[in-house]
Design a protein around this ligand. Structure first.
Ligand code: PRX
Length: 654
């Protein structure tokens, strides 16, 4: 955890605390400790009450939580439909004209989509899927840009009970193929391309390359977004608009079981094979509706809420689509990058739609800091009343900049900790209740059991250790698709009876939690999880590479950056071009987000006498730290050589 000493130093420098502003507290959905008290008194009863209040059920449950560690059943026997909860019930309640999404494409095209519009589209696409032979339980893969058809496809899947598996549009064809194969998906929904920084991404060609490796795919549905020329395979590929034109706008929602699979979402772990995280229906919807309502203090009738993540990540699943729509919120959805056509695009969007709640990642905030506070200052951001942060530890400097320059000093900042696996925010302030400390995610939310433990699993009352969750929660993952043993091993074996999140954390004198980043072989680059092993295996997959070791190095903008130490095969020569080629190779195998920032060539990697690569030493070098214990090194001169190369000319920086 020594990687994070900088975060701790920062936190020592920033000692201000921020109680809820009076006006905010007076209008907040919750401004006292009642939710915490109710949950402390009876956590199962608390979740049952939330489930009754926030979700519509066709049939009630017979038990709230059955816990056969590590397998949980929430709301056993209860029946519901997520798309009914996100759409029909609002329309039935007379809210059909409320805007569900203000959508904006990167080139400047705009669409306003009401709840009625969305319901119509979802029913139509649900009928399209049925027409293609998709049945309850069949998996549908989705590989799309940030266009309205993406939530339509998700909700259509939920309507007919077909779990979706969304693959982030920035992933490569190989990554897409691996995920389709693991899920054995039968239909893929994609687009010709999408807009990013003024250029067109080629989604369909990637989809075609992936499908060549995926015999389970029967049909590919293609949205025309950019209008670029794409190849269509006869009999397999179908245009979205052709299918939707003939589809009926009525489609009865399936009565799903509370524990039916809602979606799979693949995430990196400590091996090269991504894990298919399983999320189910009733518990998930309950907890994301709860957290979306209380963490963001949502006033559905007046707020304009913008979560600026991509739907391809869990943040978008839970807090662009399912949580906000379940609560009848009005959201903003934006297709492109923050610097197109100019670096104030976000502030322009906030001004245009009068956005009141903004939820984004520290890496974006640090980028905006670099671009300068004059850009947000040019716009009227007075509609904002609450700010959120997610994805990685937020350094206090970025927190304070966000608070002052975006929030005008008046908006609470909720730093929300959670994971793909947790499905829902678990550690966060409640903005009308909690006194904030910049850089701290503060406390577990009501109903959540979290604690910091030492190496032996003993609870740490004050100081550093490992973050664990002590009891099941409704939106928790139900497992890793097809691999229950890996599920047990990864999360439930390190500390008995507890879920190990893989994060280091620290408890301060007042009991506040400070998240310190990953303690395993997972890097966090711009809030995205990438495993060192995944990048290493992409590198050794290149014919010139003999061996590779990858570590995360601190980076002022992206949090961590990928540094690769590479030994070439004897016949190969290290050069700048070779370094560039390897970086490109990794980007094409995994996706541009995994492109190493730096490639350092070395004749040998530091190893123990038993042959294990000492990544810890490589991380010390990458982070410019003094070296830790080197006594177990087989050949101590290797590290010195790498150190001189790392600071010398062969590093290849962007
Ligand atoms: O290390 C933690 C970090 O992101 C990891 C989860 O990544 P992912 O599954 O991709 O989900 C990201 C969005 C929910 C965590 O293990 N992380 C997430 N939020 C925070 C955070 N670290 C510190 N503070 C946060 N608020």
């Amino acid at each position: 955890m020594s990687d994070h000493s900088a975060a701790i130093e920062d936190f020592l420098l920033e000692r201000r605390t921020f109680p809820p502003p009076r006006a905010f507290r007076d209008a907040a959905a919750v401004s006292d400790r009642s939710l915490y008290e109710a949950a402390d008194a009876d956590w199962e009863g608390f979740w049952a009450a939330q489930a009754r209040e926030l979700v519509d059920w066709y049939e009630p449950w017979t038990s709230v939580c059955e816990w056969d560690l590590p397998f949980a059943t929430w709301f056993a026997g209860a029946k519901l439909n997520v798309s009914y909860n996100c759409l029909d019930r609002h329309v039935e309640a007379g809210q059909g004209d409320r805007v569900a999404f203000f959508w904006e494409g990167e080139p400047g095209d705009r669409r306003v989509i009401t709840y009625s519009d969305l319901l119509d589209e979802v029913c139509r696409f649900a009928n399209v899927l049925k027409g293609l032979g998709v049945e309850r339980g069949d998996r549908v893969a989705i590989y799309m840009p940030m266009i309205p058809e993406l939530p339509v496809a998700m909700l259509a899947c939920a309507r007919i009970g077909a779990p979706h598996s969304i693959v982030f549009g920035g992933f490569s064809s190989e990554a897409l193929a691996g995920r389709i194969q693991d899920a054995r998906a039968e239909v893929l929904v994609t687009a010709d391309g999408g807009w990013r920084r003024g250029t067109i991404s080629g989604l369909k060609p990637n989809a075609d390359a992936a499908c060549a490796e995926c015999p389970t795919i029967r049909h590919v549905v293609v949205v025309r977004r950019t209008g670029q020329e794409v190849a269509m395979v006869d009999g397999r590929d179908l245009w979205w608009h052709d299918l939707m034109g003939g589809a009926a706008t009525e489609c009865a929602p399936e009565r799903m079981d509370s524990e039916d699979l809602l979606y799979l979402l693949y995430t990196s772990g400590t091996t090269a094979k991504p894990k298919g995280i399983m999320h189910t229906t009733g518990g998930y919807l309950t907890q994301i509706a709860f957290t979306h309502k209380y963490v963001f203090d949502l006033k559905a009738e007046s707020d304009v809420y913008w979560c600026a993540a991509d739907i391809g990540w869990v943040t978008g699943h839970s807090y662009i689509v399912y949580g906000p729509l379940a609560n009848g919120a009005t959201g903003v959805m934006y297709e492109g990058t923050p610097d197109f056509p100019d670096r104030d695009r976000w502030w322009e969007i906030i001004e245009r739609y009068r956005v009141s709640i903004l939820y984004t990642a520290p890496t974006a905030i640090r980028t905006f800091m670099k671009w300068g506070s004059e850009l947000p200052a040019k716009h009227d951001l007075s509609s904002l009343r609450l700010l959120g942060s997610v994805g990685e530890p937020i350094n206090p400097e970025a927190w304070v900049w966000y608070h002052e320059n975006i929030g005008g000093g008046r908006c609470p900042v909720v730093d929300t900790w959670w994971q793909t696996e947790t499905g829902s925010i678990l550690i966060s302030p409640l903005p009308g209740v909690t006194t904030l400390k910049p850089g701290s995610a503060t406390f577990p939310l009501p109903g959540v059991g979290a604690e910091v433990v030492d190496d032996h699993g003993n609870r740490v009352e004050k100081g550093g250790g490992y973050l664990c969750l002590t009891r099941p929660w409704p939106a928790m993952l139900r497992g890793i698709y097809g691999d229950p043993e890996r599920y047990r091993q990864t999360y439930w074996s390190r500390f008995e009876g507890r879920y190990f999140a893989g994060d280091g954390a620290k408890v301060d004198d007042d009991g506040y939690l400070w998240l310190l980043g990953r303690v395993d072989d997972v890097m966090n680059v711009s809030g995205h999880r990438i495993s060192t092993t995944e990048v290493e295996s992409a590198l050794v997959d290149h014919p010139a590479v003999a061996e590779a070791a990858v570590v995360g190095a601190q980076d002022p903008t992206t949090g961590q950056a990928i540094v690769a130490y590479v030994t070439l095969k004897a016949s190969e020569v290290a050069s700048e071009e070779r370094g560039e080629e390897l970086r490109t190779h990794v980007a094409s195998v995994i996706g541009p987000i995994a492109r190493p920032r730096t490639v350092i060539f070395t004749d040998e990697l530091p190893k123990t006498r038993s042959g294990k690569i000492m990544r810890r030493l490589l991380a010390d070098v990458a982070n410019g730290r003094s070296l830790g214990d080197t006594t177990t090194l087989a050949d101590p001169s290797v590290v010195e050589e790498i150190r001189s190369r790392a600071s010398g000319g062969s590093a290849d920086e962007e």
